[in-house]
Design a protein around this ligand. Sequence first.
Ligand code: GLN
Ligand code: ZN
Length: 765
Amino acid sequence: MTIAANLGFPRMGLKRELKKSLEAFWKGKASEAELQDTAKMLRLRHWDMQKTAGIDGIPCNDFSFYDQVLDMSCLLGLVPKRYNWSGETVDLETYFAMARGMQKDGKDVVAMEMTKWFDTNYHYIVPEFENGMSPKISSTKIFDEFAEAKAADINAHPVLIGPATYMYLGKTRADDFDVPAFMDQVLSVYIEILTKLESQGASWVQIDEPMLVLDMGEAAQGMMKKMYDRIAAELPNLNIVLTSYFGDLRDNLSTALSLPVATLHVDFVRAPEQLDEILASLPDDKTLSMGVIDGRNIWKADLAGALAMCEKAVAKLGSDRVAVAPSCSLLHTPVDLDDETALDAELKNWMAFSKQKLIEVKLISDALNGNKDEAAFAENVAAIESRKISERIHNKAVKDRVAGITEADLERKNPFQKRIQAQRDVLNLPLLPTTTIGSFPQIPELRQMRAKFKKGELSQEEYDSYLEKLTDDAMALQDEIGIDVPVHGEYERNDMVEYFGEKLDGFAFTKNGWVQSYGSRCVKPPVIFGDVSRPEAMTVRWSSYAKSKTDKPVKGMLTGPVTILQWSFVRDDQPRETTCKQIGFAIRDEVMDLEKANIRVIQIDEPAVREGLPLRRDDWKSYLKWAVDSFRLSAAGVEDGTQIHTHMCYCEFNDIMDSIVALDADVISIETSRSAMDVLEAFIDFKYPNEIGPGVYDIHSPRIPSTEEMEKLLTKALDVLAPEQIWVNPDCGLKTRSWDETRPALENMVQAAKNMREKLKEKAA
Ligand code: GLN
Ligand code: ZN
């Protein structure tokens, strides 16, 4: 018998019930008991959905109030000192203080660091290791959830992050931290946890080791092997399903195969080419869990293709040694397509959300067990075929355009040194010109008006004239303050990707397609389903309107192709590169229209370039090449005198600096203020050739920076960059701030630029 298994289910609930309950609890509007009730209701509902789908291997402990890595830290009792934890079981107050920081009753502690989970848009809480920590079981969550499932007649398998991956994700600030000794202690607690689960009656346990798809290196490979040898020695009867996902095993394959575990799970969606090698080398005592249903995207699987792979595995291993599963936890896909109302029937027929993906898993396992549902398979073939040939997907003009890209399409007419002269003639800006990153405060009234407009309670004209009024105010204010390159304020956008997606062909939007981003925060990524093109101008109206209100050069604002790609569900029927270049052309068309409307400064934001980097370094080069080319494609059509800006935030630039230079933007604005200009170092070491706007204040903080502190930062920048190279701007868009904070901060910023100009003049005299 081949079993159908799941690795994890989205925890927020179809209507984001957990989000609402968490936020009510945080605001003091719901009790802990109410929160616990919602959580339990969701767990039971989700187990029931999986059971109904016919899944044999149902996970527990995949639920979390915030994040599964934070849960692991609490289970191990690894709570940093600053939270003043009692040392017994980790209570909810401590848990949320770790996740979100806490300011209450005179206590003021910052949250733990948060970062992206592998190459997803899910963020986890980074474990912090400190001297003096003594790992011990400090949470009952995993045991309680197992018991809860059992009481609901579900023989669930507990899921936990594996010790190797957990240790790898953790960080310590102490130089003298004894990692090997600590690791040993942590592993002892893992063994206690597993022992307890075994005695509770868990017949198998899922241990996630996604580290196996990274460049581990020999030392880490050896370490992992030692860890699992010890676990197996102490728990010889425990059935472990060891999972890898998000990539291929590559040079870690022999390590993965050597681990003494019962089942190895492999992501065959990302890396189907590994199948033959794995089948040839899988030890006789192991089962292979086939991740053949895409846990990272929303498309229907090609069931026949997936079944063929599994049949190959069964032919080699026998049906008892094969399991069928999604490629990874379903955390990264929405809950249920049946409930979706915003998509038309044809699009819906091409898609599958978590519930539908489990049905696909079951169809495959049933087929392997001799109960092939021919009708369902035939329906799947028809759906796949209709998608393949649909006219809504295929646009010959777009395909031809991408196929015909030449070097010349990617090159500005002249090199930067020549362009900048033309730009200086056109723009006539002072030294150290001031600007902002694009958005201005999205005040509550704007959100209300947008909601009314979307509900049809406000006409297009009424909504537009409201946006015009906000733009008028923003233009007047920038004029008063003395901003050299004003922006219109991006009031027409709720989100920098959604706005463009809604205006481009080839994009669709869901009503309930939520996925968790971090904590209670969910995003609804656009779905790119077809060839992308731009039927009409998207931003020219707003930039031109702003331009009519000032004599200064207005900066047009666009989101770049890589960022639009990165924050959407993408097509699985063509390479990401192709989709990205299609978007690149659509943005190029907009850039050209802005130039035609005499907008001579155009910013193309690319905050997501770095996060698109593949997990393996060997794969970076080809990604960076097409990412850079897509950006250049979007920007390169303009005349020398039109100035292209780009913006990036919160990322390490050091190891991708040559690609940043290769974007060949005339000006780049970057985040630097939190790290007091440290980020600039990469640009200096690399002798960044074009102009730079190092953010002079942190927009993520409500505090208003003084003129002096911004002058200090500018002085630091002037130590290492030529004055002609430097722009003065905040470090990101201002949409999350209020005007009370924004206005004085910008006044101080402009004053700082003016003072620095004086100082430069004095120095020159
Ligand atoms: N132009 C965008 C804004 O100002 C940039 C946002 C971002 O970098 N994430 O909001
Ligand atoms: Zn930013």
